[in-house]
Design a binder for this molecule. Structure first.
Ligand code: IZC
Ligand code: ZN
Length: 416
């Protein structure tokens, strides 16, 4: 039986776990949207016929589609007005306390029509795809009331169906206390527990749940209550943990057996060891450290040496990292956190797949996995990180179909 697509290259990085042969000079063969063969050597004539498309990527670099396991994709408006405040020394939490930050995006998101939100998110997804991202996690958390949270999660589902990029949905009502509950945060927590979470769980609007555990936002005690209830309702768990103030968020992630704990700049060593033992993936967001001008990054080197699985993400959002491009995040991971190119590649592919519980399906070039593959205009993987500030993506293959060709989007609308 002939295959649909063959990609040949002398630099195929499979990112397969527990395999010594992660760099091959050979080919990837794709049939029916899945990877059929990945191997070193020449393409045997019998797997090709007249219909088989052959891409000769010799001299270019072939890697799995990048996975972005932490984004706040769907939101209204933008927050460039905060730049001057930041440059004048206002911190992220100062701006939030004054009703700005997340709360200004909540206002804009509630006001926006579904069509407006869709057009904005679609543009972001196009940017992500052009820069090599083939799957993203997308959090709600700018609606906060029932109707607006569901509006955003349903939109994420339509985008998943209509746009080539796959979207994994996370409910994040615990992102901020909405203005209508400003004087009664306990009541907002009850509202989430009894009115919103059961609805979202029963209707399958989200697979994951996330909590912003931070000083002045949700305390570790509140986060624990929400996560426990979420677990009972069969949500998989994530947590924004120890980003700015150390609150033992990493310990809580381990205790609750979260799938991932994200940020972790101020995580304790005990918390990190707990995460390792509980198999919690660390999702690091160095673009946010840069953008908040923290002069501080998560201790990636220490985490890797401890044996924690480390993934990287953009944190794409309108306040602390308005950047869809994972190649930019690679620059911060390398030059800010001293991760090596050999560590950054799995952090954006197979480890990122673990962070969204998709490691059986995506994140590596292995037989049977979804054919999400990118071809980079670079002679090897190190070069992509070395030559920074430009887009190296030449082609993107999503589910076996070429959706970016010669750096341009080539997908047609409809179900891709
Ligand atoms: O809109 O500020 N950190 N949530 C937690 C964010 C950043 C998004 C925002
Ligand atoms: Zn976030």
């Amino acid at each position: 039986m002939a295959v649909d697509l063959i990609i040949k290259s002398n630099k195929i990085y499979t990112c397969a776990e527990d395999s010594e042969n992660t760099l091959l000079d050979g080919y990837v063969a794709v049939a029916n949207g899945r990877i059929q063969v990945v191997t070193a050597g020449e393409v045997p004539a019998e797997i090709c016929d007249d219909e088989t498309r052959v891409i000769d990527a010799h001299g270019k670099t072939v890697v799995p589609g990048l996975i972005d396991p932490h984004t706040h994709l769907i939101h209204g408006g933008s927050r460039e007005n905060e730049l001057a405040m930041k440059l004048n020394g206002a911190s992220y939490l100062d701006i939030l306390k004054k009703g700005g930050g997340i709360l200004s995006t909540v206002k804009a998101t509630r006001k926006a029509s579904v069509e407006e939100l869709k057009a904005k998110a679609w543009n972001s997804l196009d940017q992500m795809l052009l820069h090599g991202t083939t799957t993203v996690e997308a959090k709600s958390g700018y609606g906060l009331d029932l109707d607006n949270e569901i509006k955003c999660l349903q939109l994420a589902w339509s985008l998943n169906l209509e746009h080539p990029v796959d979207i994994v949905r996370t409910y994040m009502g615990a992102h901020a206390i909405p203005p209508e509950y400003k004087h009664n945060p306990a009541k907002y927590i009850d509202f989430m527990l009894y009115d919103v979470m059961p609805n979202i769980s029963e209707n399958g609007h989200a697979e994951f749940m996330d909590v912003f555990c931070e000083e002045g936002v949700f305390s570790p005690e509140q986060a624990r209550i929400l996560m426990k209830a979420g677990k009972q309702m069969r949500f998989k768990l994530k947590i924004h943990a120890d980003e700015i103030v150390p609150l033992q968020g990493a310990e809580l992630a381990a205790e609750m057996q979260a799938v991932s704990a994200d940020h972790l700049l101020a995580a304790s060593d005990e918390g990190l060891l707990g995460m390792r033992d509980a198999g919690v993936t660390a999702v690091l967001l160095p673009g946010t450290s840069y953008y908040l001008m923290l002069n501080k990054y998560a201790q990636a080197r220490k985490m890797i040496d401890m044996g924690i699985r480390v993934a990287l993400a953009s944190d794409y959002n309108p306040g602390t990292c308005p950047c869809e491009n994972l190649q930019t995040i690679m620059t911060f991971a390398c030059f800010g956190m001293h991760m090596t190119p050999a560590e950054i590649l799995p952090a954006m592919t197979i480890n990122a797949a673990h962070a969204i519980d998709r490691s059986e399906l995506i994140g590596s070039l292995e037989e049977g996995k979804q054919a999400d593959i990118i071809i980079l205009n670079a002679p090897n993987w190190e070069y992509v990180i070395y030559h920074y500030g430009i887009n190296h993506v030449d082609k993107v293959i999503k589910n076996g179909r070429v959706v970016v060709n010669n750096t341009q989007l080539v997908y047609q609308g409809g179900d891709v």
